[in-house]
Design a protein around this ligand. Structure first.
Ligand SMILES: Nc1ncnc2c1ncn2[C@@H]1O[C@H](COP(=O)(O)OP(=O)(O)OP(=O)(O)O)[C@@H](O)[C@H]1O
Length: 702
């Protein structure tokens, strides 16, 4: 089965509502190396963003399509979306999703306006146009539309007052689907428009400081093309999922009230899980945390599954959004490496041969790799088998069925159906909303048992790690108190402790570090023996993960201070598995990797001075506001020093695709010598690094 990577495109929106656009984020054509705000689809284009910590360094993020501020809806559709319609008509599932911070232009790109129709209306027109060209097949189109609001799924074709929360289920072929979601046949663009406009009014939208009509939910519109071949007696089903994600939010900027904050927390959490899924896929983790949010469960097929994926990353201009822009682009860079295995969804309509002994589930669904077709379009895609055997329980909640084809009784009419990436075969449908009575009388499935074991192990491991870390903290406090006592007993020498007193303390500290590391390793081994498929980092609670990550960082720092860089690097990487989103940790790893690879000393970035709480509180705007993101790892000190690796954790970590500095790189050697003569030693090493390292080729660093 061929592998296809998710295609990434980026779009920088123009300035709106008197925003200050300081040109800090730019679309650049690498061919002539001149910055431009015009759109470009040249392979060599990239987005350039200055490093917030050192504006002379420029991060470059190359993508196959970068659209600038004056790009228009038609060119995005023509260049990157329209070619995917042939993929849909070949029986493959295509998923297009718009990703970006709040107010970056996702809804504008996906939906657009009457004057400037976005991806959705253009896709619908295109899909009807293509339908009219199909001969020899009976082709029909249908649509479903849902939103994920505060991690609950709602049918947007049902008025909100009547809309029940819809369960996400998985059938025995490992396909994830939304039970009881309406699926409506559409026969013309006008019919679609009528439905869509009414449904869009049901979508949860609210005003924030950044966007008067901010989407408070993730919206997923699915158009399904069913093609019956009466001669061959087969049905080909292609789908296109058009996903307008809610934007990640920095509540310092949005000025959200408590109700909006709750929505924002749900949005940020689901997007954070999305980041974790991408990270897990990239690192080849044995367990991908799809189940940690409804969004990732439903996008499972587009990320590491059998769907062709197109990610549109929307970014906003200016310094105000710089950190968010970096987070979005970093997410995009990571997603580039996500691999899908597209399949053609074709079903044989002939009656199945009578089974000899045991009954076969239903008609078999043929899943063919979509190799040639998808290659022709140079993107990846997945055909989600829509018609696998399903035994979905009927909903207990009444759903209006006027003009709708409900999934109830329709066999397998799930409007959003994804096969599990790993092809998990479960003996029974997993219903997240199933209450105990649903399960009474049923034996526990293997999955139920696994989940229970996981929970028990998690609780035990968490308690053990917390206890050991607390023990270590207590010992260190004792040592600090001892040191303070020693100091107070020798007032004549307040700043120095006699070597004889210091040596055992240092030794004790070293022993503690060693002990902690051994314990952590022991715990991991113990846990991994018990749950081969799962890593400790996957099951710890967020707080325990932070603590464990912090413990590894402390050890790593101790080793890097001793100059033991390789060990420090291994420990930092270990820490990263616990806190994959920590931006500073990533930067640290990249810096040390570079130092190890080039056999250089490692000089850490200077630590910014600590700020008093009051001072930090005052600076809630601009840079500080950006850093005080709700996703900060260290919740105990939200506005304290930025010196710890754990102080800043934007939603997704920054991956430095490029950090060359145009200013520096243009300097002559003589100028550099001069610069060195004027620069303190520590700073010199950093300057040399920024001049000589061109990380355009990431392998040079990693
Ligand atoms: N390319 C563009 N050209 C003109 N205006 C744009 C463009 N992109 C976005 N806008 C405008 O910017 C504002 C915010 O855009 P939009 O609502 O699409 O953001 P969003 O990313 O969907 O935000 P949220 O996540 O809060 O829903 C809107 O007023 C929209 O019309």
């Amino acid at each position: 089965m061929s592998i296809h990577k998710v295609k990434i495109i980026t779009r920088l929106r123009p300035r709106i509502n008197g925003e200050i656009d300081d040109d800090s984020v730019q679309v650049v054509h690498a061919s002539d190396n001149t910055s431009s705000s015009s759109s470009s689809t040249a392979n060599t284009s990239f987005i350039s963003v200055p490093n917030p910590r050192d504006p002379t360094q420029i991060f470059k993020f190359p993508f196959s399509s970068c659209y600038g501020q004056d790009s228009n809806q038609t060119e995005i559709y023509t260049n990157d979306v329209e070619p995917l319609l042939d993929v849909v008509y070949s029986g493959v599932t295509v998923t297009i999703f718009a990703y970006g911070v709040t107010s970056s232009g996702k809804t504008f790109t996906m939906q657009g306006t009457r004057a400037e129709p976005g991806v959705i209306p253009q896709v619908v027109q295109g899909i009807f146009r293509k339908k009219n060209t199909i001969r020899n097949l009976e082709c029909s189109l249908s649509v479903s539309y849902m939103e994920i609001y505060k991690d609950e799924v709602y049918d947007l074709f049902v008025t909100r007052e009547n809309a029940p929360k819809l369960p996400v289920r998985e059938n025995d072929s490992g396909m994830v689907f939304v039970a009881n979601l309406s699926k409506v046949d559409i026969n013309s663009v006008e019919e679609f428009e009528h439905l869509y406009n009414a449904a869009t009014k049901h979508r949860s939208v609210g005003a924030t400081n950044l966007n008067r009509a901010s989407s408070r939910s993730h919206a997923i519109l699915t158009i399904e093309a069913k093609m019956i071949d009466p001669v061959a007696n087969t049905t080909l089903t292609g789908k296109i999922n058009l996903v307008d994600l809610a934007g990640s939010e920095n509540n310092k900027l949005t000025g959200n009230d408590p109700a909006r904050m709750a929505e924002s927390a749900a949005i940020n959490k689901s997007l954070s899980v999305l980041g974790q899924v991408v990270h897990a896929l990239n690192t080849g983790a044995t367990r991908i945390p799809y189940r940690n949010s409804k969004l990732t469960r439903l996008l499972q097929d587009a990320l590491g599954g059998s769907s062709v994926g197109l990610l549109i990353c929307n970014i906003a201009p200016g310094i105000k959004f710089r950190q968010d822009t970096l987070n979005t682009l970093n997410f995009a860079v990571r997603t580039k490496n996500v691999e899908n295995r597209p399949v053609v969804n074709e079903r044989d309509n002939r009656p199945a041969p009578r089974p000899h002994f045991a009954a076969l589930p239903t008609q078999l669904t043929a899943l063919k790799p979509a190799t040639s077709l998808v290659q022709a379009h140079a993107t990846s895609n997945v055909g989600a088998p829509t018609s696998g055997p399903s035994r979905g329980r009927q909903s207990l909640v009444p759903v209006s069925r006027q003009r709708r084809q409900s999934s109830i009784g329709g066999g397998i009419n799930q409007a959003f159906l994804f096969p599990g990436a790993g092809g998990t075969r479960l003996p029974a449908i997993v219903d997240e909303h199933a209450n105990e009575s649903d399960k009474s009388g049923q034996a526990l499935s293997e999955k139920d048992i696994d989940e229970r074991i996981s929970k028990a192990v998690e609780a035990a491991v968490e308690a053990e790690v917390t206890r050991r870390l607390a023990e270590r903290e207590r010992q260190m406090q004792e040592e600090r108190a001892k040191t303070a006592r020693l100091k107070s007993r020798s007032p004549s020498k307040p700043t120095t402790i006699p070597t004889a007193a210091l040596t055992p303390l240092m030794k004790r500290h070293k022993d503690l570090d060693h002990e902690l590391m051994t314990r952590l390793q022991e715990l991991e081994r113990k846990y991994e023996r018990g749950a081969k498929e799962t890593q400790l980092a996957d099951v710890l609670s967020p707080v325990s993960k932070k603590k464990t990550g912090r413990a590894y960082v402390a050890l790593a720092r101790a080793h890097s201070e001793k100059g033991d860089l390789q060990v420090a690097l291994d420990l930092y990487r270990k820490a990263e598995t616990y806190v994959p989103d920590n931006i500073k940790l990533k930067e640290r790893i990249i810096e040390i990797e570079w130092a190890v690879k080039n056999n250089q000393d490692y000089v850490p970035s200077p630590k910014p001075a600590r700020k008093s709480k009051r001072k930090a509180k005052k600076n809630t705007n601009g840079e500080n506001g950006e850093n005080e993101h709700p996703m900060d790892v260290d919740e105990r000190k939200p506005s304290a020093s930025k010196s710890s690796l754990f102080d800043v954790i934007p939603e997704f970590g920054l991956e430095m695709t490029n950090m060359d500095s145009p200013n520096c790189s243009k300097r002559s050697l003589a100028e550099l010598d001069d610069l060195h003569a004027r620069t303190p030693v520590k700073r010199q090493k950093r300057t040399v690094a920024s001049v000589s390292v061109d990380i355009r080729d990431k392998s040079a660093v990693l």
